[in-house]
Design a protein. Structure first.
Length: 479
């Protein structure tokens, strides 16, 4: 019998990624892979049901869970999937009142008491990192001993909700076993990063660190108390070799927010790949103030082909307001250096943060046209629970508190002085004015000459046309 079944809830790509569903990511649930690995190491029989990658409905997901009949069910949930997780829990309880459901993930960590009060069918919540907690929790549940002795959880006792003492962060991440990729059905064939983030297949994502030391107001940095820890280069290289030996992985997208934070580790990582002649193409994302031409050139030499930067805005006023902690000149220098080193570049843009105005939007459009970027990805400002912006966000505008729309592809916050129509049009302008330039078109022609995938290009063009037509039709409807 399965001791614990970990669930990645069904979250239709079209709902999660909107118009980018056809080129968006289908990543393995790395958080569940680490939890299940820890449980397996402790002797508990684990299984993972990735309902999203299997394109299951909620009903089919519930049927599969009941068919497997585990002792315990563990569901992970982001803010945008918490409602789906709650419906699964409710349906499970209606079929089996005795089933115990554990909820974890960033939303529960951000709002533990509210989550348990709002969704009465969750029995226990795991707050923060769950690798050690889940093992102690399973041991406690199996022995039917008091839950109050397990740190880092919230649970029901009668009609009350109790929170235990906080659990300290795991300082030495190398102590953790490799993520349990073997529990995923049809890995890696069903999985891939977004189309702009892989060069070869099979491809996968990896995390080389946890936490973030920076304080951008839209990120849930407080959920990890700005903690930052990284795996050693030895661990990362060993994991890459494991993936190559067992799953023929050729390409990796490092999913860390600040991959190059520890410069010396990146140098060691690149030199190890080169000295051991590891056949790997890879990409990453980081901050503009954490790279230089020398480092980027070494990264390119070791197989890196693309780097993404959190540009956020072309207005220094906005960068300061969102506590980005970087300067316009630094961003431009980083993008220029990456391009000079021969890397493709992606720029993330945040649309409509507090203090956004028509003037700052014009600054951003003008700025991104100056940058030597390959791709841009504009995302709507989304004040996630427990971020610095969440509690006071309505002082700066109106917020639609629909968790299902907390995707960054949906417009949930409108700053004072702006309207939904203006912001929707602004997003379309960013796309048009960046991509419909001779400079950008010429860059893609060069990519084709140098062997760029026609399939990728066609998909990217179709998405661009879809976005543009969407804007035209929306304007006609208003007339």
């Amino acid at each position: 019998m399965i001791d614990i079944l970990f669930i990645n809830p069904p979250l239709a790509g079209k709902r999660r990624l909107r118009e980018f569903s056809s080129i968006g990511s289908h990543n393995p649930p790395v958080n569940l892979l680490y939890l299940s690995a820890a449980a397996e190491k402790a002797g508990f029989k684990s299984q993972i049901l990735d309902a999203e990658i299997s394109k299951f409905s909620i009903g089919l997901t519930v049927q599969e869970i009941l068919k497997i009949n585990p002792k315990f069910v563990g569901i992970t949930a982001m803010t945008l999937s918490i409602e789906t997780a709650a419906v699964i829990a409710k349906k499970l309880k209606s079929s089996d009142k005795g089933i115990q459901i554990i909820i974890g993930g960033i939303h529960l960590t951000s709002l533990p008491e509210k989550t348990m009060n709002d969704y009465p069918h969750f029995d226990i919540g795991v707050i923060g990192e769950g690798d050690i907690t889940i093992v102690e929790l399973l041991d406690t549940l199996s022995k039917n001993t008091p839950l109050e002795n397990v740190k880092g959880i919230i649970y029901r006792t009668g009609n009350k909700i109790k929170i235990t003492d906080a659990r300290c962060f795991i300082e030495d991440l190398d102590e953790l076993p490799f993520p349990s990729f073997h529990l995923l059905q049809n890995f890696p064939n069903k999985y891939r990063p977004s189309i702009q983030k892989f060069r070869r297949m099979p491809s996968s994502i990896l995390l080389t660190s946890r936490g973030c030391p920076y304080k951008c107001i839209f990120c849930d940095s407080k959920g990890l108390k700005n903690s930052y820890r990284s795996y050693s280069v030895k661990y990362i290289i060993s994991l890459i070799k494991y993936l190559q030996a067992n799953y023929k992985i050729k390409d990796i997208n490092f999913h860390d927010d600040t991959f190059t934070l520890y410069r010396h580790k990146i140098i060691e990582f690149c030199n190890t790949i080169l000295s051991e002649k590891i056949d790997l193409t890879w990409s990453c994302q980081t901050r503009a103030d954490l790279v230089d031409f020398e480092l980027l050139s070494l990264m390119k030499k070791s197989g890196c082909w693309s780097i993404a930067f959190g540009i956020e805005s072309g207005s220094q006023k906005i960068l300061d307001f969102i506590k980005k902690g970087t300067k316009i000149q630094t961003i431009k220098g980083a993008v220029d250096s990456a391009s000079k080193a021969g890397l493709e570049t992606i720029g993330f843009i945040v649309i409509a943060p507090p203090a956004e105005t028509k003037e700052t939007m014009e600054e951003t459009i003008n700025f991104i046209k100056e940058l030597n970027l390959t791709y841009i990805l504009p995302l709507y400002f989304t004040p996630f629970p427990n971020s610095d912006s969440y509690e006071k966000i309505e002082e700066f505008g109106t917020l639609e508190k629909d968790w299902d729309k907390f995707t960054t592809f949906d417009l949930v916050f409108i700053p004072k002085g702006l309207s939904k129509e203006v912001l929707l049009d602004y997003k379309q302008r960013i796309y048009r004015e960046f991509y419909l330039r001779p400079k950008t078109v010429l860059k893609f022609i060069k990519k084709i000459i140098h062997g760029y995938s026609w399939r990728k290009l066609i998909l990217e063009c179709l998405i661009f046309i879809k976005i543009s037509m969407k804007n035209i039709f929306s304007k006609q409807e208003k007339m």
